[in-house]
Design a protein around this ligand. Sequence first.
Ligand code: 1HN
Length: 353
Amino acid sequence: MSTQATPSNTEARRAFYERIDRHHLTPLWESLHALVPLHPQSRALPALWRYADVRPFVLESAGLITAQEAERRVLVLENPGLRGQSSITQTLYAGIQLVMPGETAPSHRHTQSALRFVLEGNGAYTTVDGERTLMQPGDFVITPSWTPHDHGNASDAPMIWLDGLDIPLLRFLDAGFAEGFGGRIQQPERPVGDALARYGSGLLPVDYDGRHGVTSPVFNYPYARTREVLEQLRRAEQWDACHGLKLRYTNPVTGGFAMPTIGAFVQLLPQGFETAPYRSSDGTVYVCVEGSGESVVGGERYRWGPRDVFVVPSWTTHHHRPAADAVLFSFSDRPVQAAFGLWREERFDQEGA
Ligand code: 1HN
């Protein structure tokens, strides 16, 4: 591109644009540089939702509507730069869901893929394609595209989790389909823990044919295991300047991302480890799981503690400053960008310089 300047308007040009407008025509040279920017210029903004602010509203919503009536009782985290679009980034949706003791959220399925990241409560369940899993704080739970799923809470405390879905991406593709099952919930067909034992233990059924397709057959990655892995690996002292110790959740059958459209990650940042500035083309949603600290995102400082959620838009430089040993969960559309050769990153450490 030779220049980023848009040609100036003359009376003759304006009159021409008006005449062709009636024919549903428009001049490319007026919008060329916005259509083909030199780098991503996301309309999404950096933002943070403090759990202490959000939780009271989420609990209050239980007095207004049941999970059954709402189908999913969720407060949507809307990016302040994308209001009205149910989007936290350009491609992803996030919301905070509440299931009260004794409640169920009816079964349905849709082509949108979903992840749950458990924030609060113990032992409520989600049933995915006939298998139930009990959810603990920090668990990463997947609902693959088009799988029937419902939730229930047989515990005696509210259950709250973060939902992440590829809703804006599928809306953009016009690829959304859904169906309900008359308000019912599924009866489990396999014992609790079946998928994790079968597919997520370094073993696979000998004749496994990969029938689960593009999504991991493991649908609950328990935090207890994840935390143990982080603790083991920290002993190697192989810290990445930009990420600390960062891992991605994988499909154990392929080694690829656990979900086709959403990449999920977990990272350990030891106390006092200030990361080097970094940016990548995948707008990313972060959840603080443990510890506390702050992140500087596009020059603004965001302080976080357990269960706070913050978002780093595409190509926005950021770095993290943990005040105590911190664990961050995050997710983005990285698998989609990577599949099409579009994903880019820039590191501002020695390696990147
Ligand atoms: C959905 O199915 C769930 O299953 C949560 O818990 C949030 C937001 C939009 C569309 C479907 C769930 C959702 C959703």
